[in-house]
Design a protein around this ligand. Structure first.
Ligand code: SAH
Length: 256
């Protein structure tokens, strides 16, 4: 009887251990003396590596520059402290003021779709936390990013500067109008849902350039579009996957 009880206890302990093992190994929960400990930079690097392998490369993102950028940018520092434990989970997270930081896979996929290189001058619309800007800036020459919510824009600008992303400039204004003084751009990424492709952005795209933008469909979500401008200035649009972004606010605020 005692033996059976012992076996049952061992089975229960094994089940509990193996249920929590991925979290313990991932570093999402580090248990020290029975208390939850703050993850170290090494824990975060390990979580990032697993994020890239399991959520991004496993879903087909192959571009080495994109995978390296996703591996190097400390996503947890772009996430509000209260949500940091979930920084490397396969999900978007709130960043305050009703806005969100996108799911890691979507950040990687959109970056791969943009097909950018080290000589490119790129515009991002919707700075938010600054995470996508950091990922892009690790690959390209210059990254210009526009945020309409002043508080988010200043916060992201400060963080990007502190982390040494020196090739990024943040502007507080209506991104739908683009950044005419810095145009034309080799590539443009919009990370908020637009009712249609904003005309000024098409205009500010270089011939031979490309834009990635979520545009509203009739199903309460958006189609992620790849928009290409050929050397004659003609526009070709390709629909990719359905996505869900916060809306692009069409309100002009302040400039720089
Ligand atoms: N790229 C961000 C997430 C984008 S969330 C990141 O990596 O964290 C979308 C962002 O677009 C929000 O911060 C929202 O305030 C901003 N936004 C909405 N309308 C905008 C507009 N017209 N111009 C610039 N930014 C806008």
């Amino acid at each position: 009887m005692k033996i059976i009880a012992l076996i049952v206890i061992v089975i229960i302990i094994s089940c509990v251990y193996y249920s929590f093992r991925p979290f313990i190994i991932n570093g999402d929960i580090s248990i020290v003396n029975g208390k939850k400990a703050k993850p170290t930079e090494e824990d975060s690097a390990l979580q990032r590596k697993m994020m890239v392998e399991q959520q991004i490369a496993a879903r087909g993102v192959k571009n080495r520059k994109v995978l390296d950028a996703m591996n190097s940018v400390p996503r947890h520092l772009f996430v509000p402290v209260g949500y940091r434990e979930g920084s490397y989970f396969d999900q978007p997270l709130p960043i305050g003021l009703g806005q969100t930081i996108s799911q890691p896979y979507i950040v990687a996929l959109m970056t791969e779709m943009l097909d950018v290189d080290k000589d490119d001058i790129v515009l991002e619309v919707g700075t938010g936390s600054g995470y996508q800007a950091a990922v892009l800036s690790s690959i390209v020459k210059e990254l210009y990013t526009i945020e309409i919510v002043e508080e988010l824009g200043f916060q992201a600008s400060r963080l990007l500067k502190n982390l040494g992303y020196d090739n990024v400039k943040v502007r507080i204004s209506d991104g739908g109008l683009g950044w005419p003084e810095k145009a034309p751009f080799d590539a443009i990424m919009v990370t908020a849902a637009a009712p249609k492709i904003p005309g000024p952005l098409i205009k500010q795209l270089k011939p031979g350039g490309r834009m990635v933008i979520p545009v509203d469909n009739n199903f309460y979500s958006q189609d992620l579009l790849i928009v290409e401008k050929d050397f004659a200035g003609n526009i070709k649009t390709k629909k990719t996957i359905p996505v869900r972004f916060v809306p692009l606010v069409e309100e002009e605020k302040i400039a720089e």
